[in-house]
Design a protein around this ligand. Structure first.
Ligand SMILES: [Zn+2]
Length: 81
């Protein structure tokens, strides 16, 4: 039996061979790679949730970014309006 690599496996392989990070998304837990990490349609791809370090953003996955779950800054969730 041969397992067909999933789209995620391909991304993981790419991230690991190109020295990008490969980490679970802090919001949904799905792993994603540094090469996929970017703002989408102006929606921020990070969250700022640490009161002790309000400027410290943590990257979130492309799905959560596209869903508008990122933060503009600490205490400022993204909203399209
Ligand atoms: Zn996510």
């Amino acid at each position: 039996m041969r397992l067909k690599p999933t789209q995620r496996d391909v991304h993981e392989f790419y991230a690991r061979t190109h020295r990008y990070f490969w980490l679970p998304c802090p919001l949904c837990g799905e792993e994603f790679g540094g090469h996929e990490w970017q703002d989408i349609d102006g929606k921020p791809s990070a969250i700022f949730r640490e009161p002790e370090a309000p400027n410290k953003g943590t990257g979130i996955c492309p799905k959560c970014t596209a869903a508008g779950l990122g933060d503009m800054a600490y205490g400022q969730p993204y909203s399209p309006e």
